[in-house]
Design a protein around this ligand. Structure first.
Ligand code: ATP
Ligand code: ZN
Ligand code: ZN
Length: 617
C-alpha cells in the first residue's frame, strides 16, 4: 500500500477519508490478485504500487511489452481461477533487512522500503522504534503492503471485476522517471454492483455535456483559445441568456441591485482584500503595462468580485436604515485552475458567477441567509434540481498545517462558523460538516449536487464574512450615530453560468425543458405547397416570443422530424394539406409521442402554459 503522498505523486486522486472501508479491502485485494496474474503472464514484470481508486484500482508495473487483448483476457481468467482457489491473505511482519532480501530484484519495492524506514536504524530494527514492515501473501504471490485485506480470495466475487485498460504512467508520477504500464480495473463487492457501475458509465457517456455540447451545437473548446476558455455557440448562448434573465429577475424581486464592475483591478485591491496573500495561486499572473508606477499598480484579472462590490458599498456613506444592501452582478472572473482539472464547462478558467454580496447589520445576518436559502430553493425547483445536500464548509481541522490558506483569526472563524451552523439547524435542513473547504476569509454553506457517476460538486454557496469588512474598514452609521461595521454575506445561487450549464445539460441529457430549450418548436412542412402556411405559423409563434425553426429544406418529412428530435427540440409541428385547411398543426413531442392535430391558437396557449410553469411538457 502506498502512502497518500505517493498516490498523489503517482498523479491519482488519493483515497478520500470517507472511502468505504469494505470496498477498500475488496479492491485492494483484487489488486494483489491482478499482480499475481500479471507476473505469471509476464515473469519479467516488476510490480510497483497498486492502490484502490474511485471505482476500482490500478496497479503499475515496470514492463517493457504492451499487453495485448489476449494477454488481458488471460489475466482476467487467471484472476478468476486464483479467486476460486480460496487462498488466504496471510500477513507477516518483516524487518527492513528481510524486506530488502525478499525484494532484492525489485528496485521499486526497495525504494519504498527505504522510504518507509527513512530516518530509522538502517536495518529497520523495530526495537529502535522503526516501523515494522508487513508483507501479505496469497497463493504464491508476496507483496509489500500495509493491508488490510479480505480473509481469503474467495471473499472476492470472481464476477465482480473488469480489467479495463492498460495505459502509460511513470514511477512516482514523474516523467523523468521510468515509464510504467498501468493496469486499470473496476472492482466491486459483487457482480450486480459491477453491472450497475458499467450501466452508469454508459449513461454518463450518453449525458456527457462535452459530447452533447458538440452534438447540440451549444459550445466548443477551440485549441486556439486554450484550455478552460470555451466559447458558447448561438444555441448555448441562448440557454445562458435565459438563465441570466431568470436569476436576475428573481434577484430584482428579492431586493437586489445589479451592477457592472471591471473584470480587472490593481494588485493593490487584492493586497488589501488578502487575495494576494491567500489566493495568489489561483490568480493569473499580474500584468505590467509598462506605464510606470509601483508594483502594486500592476493589473490583475479578478478571481472574485467581492473587493469590487465593496467599492460599490463604499461609494457613499451608509446608514443603518440602508441596510441590508444587496449588490449583485453576473460577474466575470478569472481563475488559474490547473490544466489537469479544467474541462468542458464544469471547470473553466474564465467564468461568470451569479454573484452577490449582502452588506448587513450583524442582527440581520440570519434572516438574510435564510432569504438566500429561500431564493436558492425556488431557483432549484424551477431548474428541476431536486437532489442536493448542504455542506458546512469549515477551515482546517485544529492541528492541521494550513499553510496560509486561511486568514488567521480563530475568534472570527469560531463565530462565523457558529452563525452558519445555527442558520442551518434552525432551518431544519439536514447538513454535514467538512474541514478544509472554506473560503480563505470565512466558512461557507455549500450546496452539493451529484453527477451521473455519483461525484459531488458545489452549485450554490453562501458565506459569512467578517474579515473583508475589517480589511476595507467598512462602516455604517448606527441609530445611535456611532460607526459600526457591517457583516458581508457572499452568495452564488445558481453558480457560474458555465457550471450550471454543464450540470443542466447532463441532468436533462440535452433535452432542456421548453422554457430553456434553445429552439422550442420545429416546423415541418410536408411539401413545397405548405411552405407559405408554415411561415405564417412560425411568424405567429415568433410574435409570442417563442424560439422557432422552420425547415424549408427538401428532405422528406420523416427525416426532418428525426433531425428535430435528435436536436432535442421539445415540439415538432407537422403541416400538410389537412392542417393547412384547418388552421392547425400536428403536434409531436421529441419523445415521439403524438399529440394529434391542434388549432394553432390552442398550441400557442399550451406552449405559453408550459413555459410559464417551467415544466417539461
Ligand atoms: P471549487 O471548490 O469548486 O473550486 P470554490 O470553492 O473556489 O470552488 P467559490 O469561490 O465559492 O468556489 O465560487 C463560487 C462557485 O463558482 C462555486 O461554488 C462553483 O459552483 C463555481 N465555480 C468555482 N470555480 C469554478 C470554475 N473553475 N469553473 C466553473 N465554475 C466554478
Ligand atoms: Zn495490499
Ligand atoms: Zn465574494
Amino acid at each position: 500500500m502506498a502512502s497518500e503522498a505517493e498516490l498523489k505523486a503517482a498523479g491519482e486522486k488519493y483515497v478520500p477519508k470517507d472511502y468505504d472501508p469494505a470496498l477498500y479491502k475488496t479492491r485492494h485485494s483484487f489488486a494483489h490478485v491482478l499482480a499475481q496474474a500479471v507476473t505469471e503472464r509476464f515473469p519479467q514484470a516488476k510490480p510497483t504500487i497498486g492502490p484502490p481508486v474511485e471505482f476500482g484500482f490500478y496497479y503499475d508495473f515496470d514492463l517493457d511489452t504492451q499487453p495485448s487483448d489476449a494477454d488481458l483476457n488471460w489475466i482476467a481468467d487467471r484472476m478468476r481461477q486464483i479467486i476460486k482457489g480460496k487462498h488466504a491473505f496471510r500477513v507477516r511482519e518483516i524487518t527492513a533487512a528481510e524486506g530488502r532480501e525478499l525484494f532484492k530484484d525489485n528496485p521499486y519495492k526497495l525504494e519504498l522500503i527505504d522510504g518507509l524506514t527513512n530516518g530509522q536504524d538502517e536495518y529497520g530494527n523495530s526495537a529502535a522504534g522503526a516501523p515494522l514492515l508487513t508483507v501479505y501473501q496469497q497463493d504464491t504471490f508476496v507483496d509489500l503492503c500495509r493491508g488490510p485485506h479480505v480473509e481469503t480470495t474467495r471473499d472476492l466475487d470472481s464476477k465482480g471485476f473488469k480489467v479495463t485498460q492498460v495505459t502509460g504512467s511513470y514511477w512516482r508520477g514523474d516523467e523523468k522517471n521510468k515509464a510504467l504500464k498501468r493496469f486499470h480495473a473496476t472492482a466491486w463487492g459483487n457482480e450486480a454492483d459491477l453491472k450497475a457501475h458499467l450501466e452508469r458509465i454508459e449513461e454518463a457517456a450518453r449525458r456527457d455535456h462535452r459530447k452533447l455540447g458538440r452534438d447540440l451545437e451549444l459550445f466548443s473548446n477551440e485549441p486556439v483559445f486554450g484550455s478552460g476558455f470555451p466559447m458558447l455557440l448561438p444555441k448555448g448562448a441562448t440557454v445562458r441568456r435565459l438563465l441570466e434573465q431568470f436569476i436576475t429577475d428573481y434577484e430584482r424581486h428579492a431586493g437586489y441591485q445589479h451592477v457592472y464592475t471591471p473584470d480587472a483591478a490593481k494588485k493593490e485591491l487584492y493586497r488589501i482584500s488578502g487575495h494576494w496573500e491567500h489566493y495568489k495561486d489561483s490568480m493569473f499572473p499580474p500584468m505590467d503595462l509598462g506605464e510606470g508606477g509601483q508594483e502594486w499598480d500592476e493589473l490583475c484579472l479578478r478571481p472574485m468580485c467581492c473587493p469590487h462590490h465593496i467599492q460599490v458599498y463604499k461609494a457613499k456613506p451608509r446608514s443603518y436604515r440602508d441596510l441590508p444592501i444587496r449588490i449583485a452582478e453576473l460577474g466575470k472572473m478569472y481563475r488559474y485552475e490547473r490544466s489537469g482539472v479544467v474541462g468542458g464547462l464544469s471547470r473553466v478558467r474564465c467564468m461568470t458567477l451569479n454573484d452577490a454580496h449582502l452588506f448587513v447589520r450583524p442582527a440581520q445576518v440570519k434572516a438574510e441567509i435564510a432569504g438566500v436559502l429561500a431564493l436558492m430553493k425556488k431557483a432549484y425547483a424551477d431548474l428541476g434540481i431536486t437532489e442536493f445536500r448542504f455542506r458546512l464548509s469549515k477551515n482546517d481541522e485544529p492541528g492541521a498545517a494550513s499553510k496560509g490558506k486561511y486568514v488567521d483569526n480563530p475568534e472570527l472563524w469560531e463565530s462565523s462558523t457558529r452563525m452558519l451552523r445555527e442558520v442551518l439547524t434552525e432551518s431544519g435542513m439536514p447538513f454535514f460538516e467538512a474541514w478544509g473547504e472554506a473560503a480563505f476569509y470565512g466558512p461557507k454553506i455549500d450546496v452539493q449536487v451529484k453527477d451521473v457517476m455519483g461525484r459531488e460538486e458545489t452549485l450554490s454557496t453562501i458565506q459569512a464574512d467578517q474579515h473583508l469588512p475589517e480589511q476595507f474598514k467598512l462602516e455604517f452609521k448606527d441609530s445611535d450615530d456611532t460607526a459600526k461595521r457591517p457583516v458581508m454575506i457572499h452568495r452564488g445561487v445558481i453558480s457560474t453560468m458555465e457550471r450550471m450549464m454543464s450540470y443542466l445539460i447532463e441532468l436533462y441529457a440535452g433535452a432542456f425543458p421548453p422554457w430553456l430549450a434553445p429552439v422550442q418548436v420545429g416546423i415541418v412542412p410536408i411539401a413545397d405547397r405548405h411552405f407559405e402556411y408554415a411561415e405564417k405559423v412560425a411568424a405567429t409563434l415568433e410574435e409570442k416570443d417563442f424560439r422557432v425553426e422552420n425547415d424549408l429544406g427538401d428532405k422528406r418529412m420523416n427525416a426532418k422530424i428525426r433531425e428535430f428530435q435528435l436536436q432535442k427540440v421539445p415540439y415538432v409541428l407537422v403541416i400538410g394539406d389537412k392542417e393547412m385547411a384547418a388552421d392547425s398543426a400536428a403536434v409531436r413531442l421529441r419523445s415521439g409521442e403524438d399529440l394529434g392535430a391542434k388549432p394553432v391558437a390552442e398550441f400557442v396557449a399550451l406552449l405559453e402554459q408550459v413555459v410559464k410553469s417551467r415544466t417539461q411538457k
